[in-house]
Write a protein that binds this ligand. Structure first.
Ligand SMILES: [Zn+2]
Length: 444
């Protein structure tokens, strides 16, 4: 049994901001939260590892519900191009060359940078599988080295217009998913979770989508799918299936209550109502939607309807940042300007979208500083001017926080960032690996 006691000068819990706070975690799970004196006197805290965070606030670790780690390697290469040109000149040109070691480099890069920005759980929507699990395994192993919690959303992809490295047959995708889950599914501490991810209506046939959702049902986990990201995808769905995207998916024998729709920028009122009615969830990526000019998901309406929503950064070449704190701010600003209403959504709601409801979206016991949740924490430096005045902590975290103030990160009770440095993998190593892989990229 390993016990950890954390004490900080301030905290944001489900009841909002509070003063000095202590957390006791045993084997990675929070068993007590409250004022420091009684927690320190708890007999279970005897012999615990102590982390004393003076002049720091602790907040729940942020949860990134949608990312493609390999895309960090493509950051800045092909930005500002029309989509098809970017896809052919950057994505389809470089990504099929990558091997398992390169995937490990991409994952160390993406996840290492995320840790430094306070991300404690990342969902990697993984579609460069090359008809096997070597790449996904290398990605999971990289996450384990860093100490970040990972959901590997293994893609189901069969559109024949994409590079061969993306594609599988249905039996291949099912078998590979099951093998990967058998090897890595951690139902005790949830440090690694494997979930199926039929790519999209354009990347997966209806039969492939059904197969992915079926694997999710058998494994008792959610499934992910990109839906209605760009307007043309609605037109395509109407043309191919005679129905808008979510209605077309709902026609299939799949469980929408376990579905995590990614983006949903062009869901209309009937689709938003259906998502709420069936208990489906949404991974919302406002930074990426703005970067690519996709459109605006009506998150204010979805929140009002009670839909579970988690924020995502999306890939490193469609944002191009990797911070969920940044997405909280982006979500707020985009929703406000879209409705031309400064009160359309508030900081507290956006904070929850990056923590508590993001954990609920992935169906994991994470995202809250509360008993029964895993001990994933981030500390913020109260001496950083971006958090002044101190009495407005929660508003300032969402609207004003500088990444410079992110000081320490604990995942499952273990320190993985201390004083702005990764604890387990030297940043120099990651930098050298990124340089080696991308040396000749983007040079004509
Ligand atoms: Zn995506």
């Amino acid at each position: 049994m390993t016990a950890t006691v954390v004490v900080a000068d301030a905290a944001i819990t489900d009841d909002g901001a509070r003063g000095p706070t202590a957390v006791l975690a045993i084997d990675g799970a929070i068993v007590a939260v409250g004022d420091p004196a009684p927690i320190l006197a708890d007999p279970r805290a005897a012999g615990a590892t102590h982390l004393a965070w003076t002049r720091r606030a602790m907040v729940p670790g942020t949860v990134n519900t949608h990312n493609h780690s390999f895309q960090s390697l493509l950051r800045g290469i092909g930005d500002d191009l029309p989509f098809l040109e970017w896809r052919d000149r950057a994505l389809y040109r470089y990504s099929p060359q990558l091997g398992a070691e390169d995937m490990a480099t991409a994952a160390l890069f993406a996840f290492g940078e995320m840790l430094l920005h306070g991300v404690t759980t990342v969902c990697d929507f993984y579609y460069l599988n090359a008809q096997g699990n070597d790449h996904a395994s290398a990605t999971i192993e990289a996450a384990r080295r860093l100490g970040i919690r990972i959901v590997l959303a293994r893609c189901f992809y069969d559109w024949d217009g994409a590079p061969a490295a993306y594609r599988e047959t249905i039996p291949q995708a099912v078998t590979h998913f099951e093998q990967l889950a058998r090897r890595y599914q951690d139902r005790d501490r949830f440090l690694t979770t494997v979930q199926p991810a039929p790519h999209s209506q354009h990347g997966a046939t209806p039969a492939m989508i059904e197969a992915g959702a079926g694997c999710a049902r058998d494994a008792g986990v959610p499934w992910h799918i990109h839906l209605a990201e760009e307007q043309y995808q609605v037109d395509q769905s109407l043309e191919r299936f005679g129905r808008r995207p979510l209605h077309a998916i709902a026609e299939l024998p799949v469980d929408l209550s376990q579905m995590i729709a990614v983006h949903g920028c062009w869901f209309d009122a009937t689709e938003r109502a259906l998502l709420a009615e069936r208990g489906g969830a949404l991974a919302y990526c406002p930074g990426s939607n703005m970067f690519l000019g996709d459109g605006v998901t009506d998150v204010v309406d979805l929140v009002a309807r009670g839909v579970r929503i988690g924020l995502g950064t999306d890939g490193g070449c469609s944002n191009n940042r990797v911070s969920v704190f940044d997405e909280m701010r982006m979500a707020a600003l985009l929703q406000k300007v879209h409705r031309t209403d400064g009160q359309a959504i508030d900081a507290e709601t956006c904070f929850r979208l990056g923590t508590r409801t993001a954990g609920e979206t992935l169906r994991l016991p994470i995202g809250q500083i509360a008993t029964g949740f895993h001990c994933d924490l981030v500390t913020l430096d109260l001496d950083d001017p971006s958090l002044w005045p101190a009495q407005a902590l929660e508003k300032n975290v969402v609207y004003a926080l500088s990444p410079r103030a992110i000081n320490d990160v604990v995942i499952d009770g273990q320190e993985v960032v201390a004083n702005r440095r990764l604890s387990h993998v030297p940043l120099d190593e990651i930098q050298a690996r990124v340089r080696d892989v991308t040396r000749d990229w983007g040079r004509g």
